[in-house]
Design a protein around this ligand. Sequence first.
Ligand code: EPZ
Length: 423
Amino acid sequence: MDKFVIKGPCKVRGQVSISGSKNSSLPILAATLLFDKPVIVQNLPRVRDVDTMLNLLKSLGSNIQFSNNKKTVKITKTKKQKQFASYSIVKTMRAGILVLGPLVAKYHKSISSFPGGCVLNGNSGRPINLHLEALKKIGMKYEIKKGYIHAKSKGKLRGSIIRFPKISVGATQQLIMSAVLGLGKFTLKGVASEPEIKDLTNFLISAGAKIKWIGKRTCQIIGVNSLRETKYSVMGDRIETGTFCVAATLAKGDLLIENFDPKLIKTELNILKKVGAKIKLFKNSIHIKGPEKIKSIRNITTKEYPGFPTDLAPQLMVLLCKASGTSSITENIFQGRFLHAMELQRLGAKIYIKNRTAKIEGNKNFIAAEVMSSDLRASAALVLAGIVSNGNTIVTRVYHCDRGYENFENKLKKIGVKIKRLK
Ligand code: EPZ
């Protein structure tokens, strides 16, 4: 398993180009199962999860042609369509569950494995009850046998009013995709409103889907018979952008972050301004200067969009370890989001966790050590910690990083970080 060695402390200078969004690419690729006609998707990030989703599509009978350094794919259906999403592929990535709805919507049957992915919820795993309950309401019948969901529908999925009891990004994506080819009107209430979901609906609308956003958390879909050919470029990665914004604030940086619309991360940028970052916004880029002194900030709580994203909490925690004074972060989305706190303590952090709140003592001087990645965003946070540690920090199991950050070490090298990958 690969590891990173980071020689700290280093400052961060220069400019970095943001890759396509992993969390937008995955549902958009799953949605290509709804098409008979060819679909071109551009600006895909070259990350492991996208490779996994493309392999899953191939196993279901999609033909994938790459171009533009594998950032563009042309997806066409072969004659042999299958509806079996195997455990061997789905176990490594939770978003694999997103093929379930499209397969039933299109082929009226599917045998899909239960999902895998980051273990962010401790022993409660990553449930999919919200997906299954909502799909049932629109006509999907299923039974679970040996870790697989055997699903089918009598013809098309049927329009209905679905009220989600809890906001879920994945369940929202699942139902939007499942409704697109359904019969009649689907009204989804209590949906997630992350920009990546808007990217998915923009993609589907570009192919003729009838989707309307009503108010903050209601989405209405009128089923259509089929979708047109389309070409669509995926939005920039919101969490990669946030990660580099934190890096610049943490390491007295002076960084221009390109290819992302700063209007989509207002909450995050406001918090970085509060801790002292100087930020200039442009149409599709952000210029951030990190402060000499980082201010502490209490009562950060992670929330569904447009609140502070859970996927940026680990990175922010590293920043707050260097702030002057005590800060706190409360995690409201996942229970297991603080796994990296123990690893940060190995570098010298002082973090006290009670229930869902982490209290972070500031002014900590990090001494390099070996630390272990536990999930995708924790891995990125440990790399950030290495940037401001004295000595050579070794971050192990960086396959977690490779799931969601394209070319991470080379992008960091280009902005002044002394990092290398050890095979
Ligand atoms: C998406 O995961 C993202 N993944 C996650 O990013 C992100 O952290 C999360 O949304 C929240 O923003 C992708 O987009 C591929 P949820 P998802 O369904 O869809 C519970 C990353 O680092 N829940 O919004 O799985 C769930 O356990 C990843 O890129 C149910 O109880 O998240 C969690 O506590 C990590 N039942 C909460 O809801 C369900 O059926 C939010 O989960 C589904 C979810």
